[in-house]
Design a protein around this ligand. Structure first.
Ligand code: KG4
Length: 307
């Protein structure tokens, strides 16, 4: 048989996921068990709870993914698993499942770097062309990665403090919005107007690095000050103003890097890639610059993005 079928396992954070993929581009099955309801009341992911849920869900998710894909064990060529970065206890569940399966079924075991997984989710849409620039924006990462060929990742910029998604979640908490805050702010921002001029952290002129903690503090101060003065700010306007700052910095820096590095393609990946404002602005800017832009379908950005 010529087809290559890989069984992939992911447990780096708060979702237990198993997928079967044929020849690198065809998804045969993709089963995700979300734990969001268990973490919601704590306002964020609790690592110990995440690990326990992975243990409880893994067998079920695995069996469902294999059944849905309609494949037999002998058709599966290798087991792949997210090896990190992520929550250590959560990762351990996936890695140990993968090791046990690889041993029992005598299949090769492939460890996959988490960020590489986010980038390669785009390959279900289109073949990569190099050099390629990837912007990874999630709850734990904000990175610009330059790729000259498959498997070659060069970090050219990263956040010096909070990740973009983390800033979204923290600002959302200040606005009493439920966890995860990103989708909530996205929704409110569409209803508001940019009435507050929040700062943009450009850092040095040639820097591809990011910083979101100053912006987060500016939003928090604005809310505190308004409360003390008895003023009411519209949540929608705070969300729209905060989001405008994040989007402008992410888009401008990514566009500058894409031009300076002469890339053939730009990819946006990670949970924040689900943000409607960011998707729209990126699409406009890159179309104007005539640089092909790939943003994965919402279902492949992140599980949390779906709620
Ligand atoms: O990639 P992801 O599911 O998990 C990791 O962090 O690895 O990303 C989750 C992050 C959370 O911070 C969440 O608030 C943010 O992505 N997010 C969004 C949106 N959907 C999810 N941020 C802004 N707008 C969204 N629509």
């Amino acid at each position: 048989k010529n087809d290559k079928i890989i069984l992939g396992i992911e447990t780096s954070c708060d979702e237990t996921a198993v997928a079967l993929v044929k020849n690198g581009t065809e998804i045969l099955s993709d089963v995700v068990a979300s734990q969001i309801e268990s973490h919601k009341r704590f306002g964020g992911v609790v690592p110990e709870i995440a690990s326990r849920h992975h243990v409880e869900q893994m067998t079920m998710v695995l069996e469902e993914a294999i059944e849905e894909a309609k494949v037999e064990w002998e058709d599966i060529d290798a087991i792949a698993v997210t090896e990190g970065p992520g929550l250590v206890g959560a990762l351990l569940v996936g890695v140990n499942t993968a090791k046990a399966l690889a041993f029992a079924k005598q299949k090769p075991l492939v460890g996959v770097q988490h960020i590489a997984g986010h980038i390669y989710a785009n390959r279900f849409e289109r073949e990569f062309e190099f050099p390629l620039l990837a912007l990874i924006v999630s709850g734990g990462h904000t990175e610009l990665v330059l790729m000259k060929e498959h498997g070659d990742f060069k970090l050219i910029g990263e956040t010096l403090d909070d990740a973009a998604g983390e800033a979204y979640d923290k600002v959302a908490r200040m606005l009493d919005l439920p966890y995860p805050g990103g989708p909530e702010i996205d929704r409110l921002a569409a209803l508001g107007e940019e009435t507050i001029d929040f700062p943009r952290a450009w850092l040095s002129e040639d820097s591809y690095d990011f910083s979101f903690s100053g912006l987060k503090s500016a939003v928090i101060n604005k809310i505190h000050n308004a409360k003390q003065r008895g003023e009411t700010l519209k949540k929608e306007d705070i969300a729209a103003s905060f989001q405008a700052s994040v989007i402008e910095v992410l888009t401008t820096k990514t566009l500058r890097a894409a031009k300076e590095k002469n890339v053939k393609q730009v990819i946006v990946a990670g949970g924040v890639a689900a943000n409607r404002g960011l998707r729209a602005e990126m699409q406009t800017q890159f179309e104007r610059a005539e640089i092909p832009l790939l943003i994965p379908p919402l279902s492949l950005c992140s599980g949390t993005a779906l709620i």
